[in-house]
Design a protein around this ligand. Structure first.
Ligand code: GLN
Length: 245
């Protein structure tokens, strides 16, 4: 009888450890885009990196997951969340009423907005109000695209990435780019952005959130809890300072 009990206890213990280990291995399938520095971009080694990537890895770990980060086009992210190819998407994604109809969002983790970017030698465009009839480049499926298409008489071209939109500006194919403020500010500090400037004020007050399937409020809760822990224990600030100095 005693022997039987021991065997029973050992097997119970084994099952428990096994479940615990399996639980620790829970993978969080994360989607992001690859050309939105400093939030997400491909580094010299071909690895995806950036503020969002560090943040989601830390959030996942805090919530008991291991993040598996996959790169795709920005406009593919919400469809991939909707079809459950991804558990969540983090890509400097603005929380909008439109998107809230199809996905859930975590609490906001970053305050952003939009800027108008022009070439340095352009003295004609002093802000959003001067874009009427101009050629504007933007990134497909973004809030910057919505803002561009709201300009009366503008000729708007959408590109797959913000990098391509900026290249078109430098090549004089367009007069302006409308894109996220922190990304524009980062671009100006790079070599590629040395001939460009921001004009006008910050347009829109936008907040970034992590998009999650409507069926999965549990994950929203887990990531929100993890975010509040990382904000309190200094990890959020550490990641923030690494990318925004
Ligand atoms: N914040 C913008 C949006 O959500 C752009 C995001 C992006 O291009 N990665 O539409």
């Amino acid at each position: 009888m005693k022997k039987l009990l021991t065997i029973l206890m050992i097997s119970l213990f084994a099952v428990a450890t096994c479940c615990y280990a399996a639980d620790k291995q829970k993978v969080l399938r994360v989607g992001t885009e690859g050309a939105f520095a400093p939030f997400e971009f491909i580094d010299e080694k071909g690895q995806i990196t950036g503020f969002d990537v560090d943040l989601i890895r830390a959030l996942a770990e805090q919530a008991g997951y291991k993040a598996d980060v996959q790169v795709m086009g920005f406009d593919a992210l919400i469809p991939a969340v909707k079809t459950k190819i991804l558990d969540c998407a983090i890509a400097g994604m603005t929380i909008t009423e439109e998107r809230k109809k199809v996905v859930l969002f975590t609490d906001s983790y970053y305050d952003a907005g939009l800027y108008v970017l022009v070439r340095k030698d352009n003295n004609d465009i002093k802000g959003y109000q001067d874009l009427d009839g101009k050629r504007i480049a933007c990134q497909i499926g973004t809030t910057g695209e919505n803002k561009s298409r709201a300009v009366p008489g503008a000729r708007v071209t959408s590109y797959n990435t913000n990098v391509e939109a900026c290249m078109e500006l430098v090549a004089k194919g367009v007069d302006a780019v409308i894109n996220d403020a922190p990304v524009v500010a980062f671009y100006l500090k790079s070599d590629a952005g040395k001939n460009c400037k921001i004009v006008g004020d910050l347009l829109e007050a936008e907040q970034y959130g992590i998009a999650i399937h409507k069926d999965n409020p549990k994950l929203v809760k887990e990531l929100n809890k993890a975010l509040s822990v990382l904000r309190k224990n200094g990890t959020y600030n550490k990641i923030f300072n690494k990318w925004f100095n």
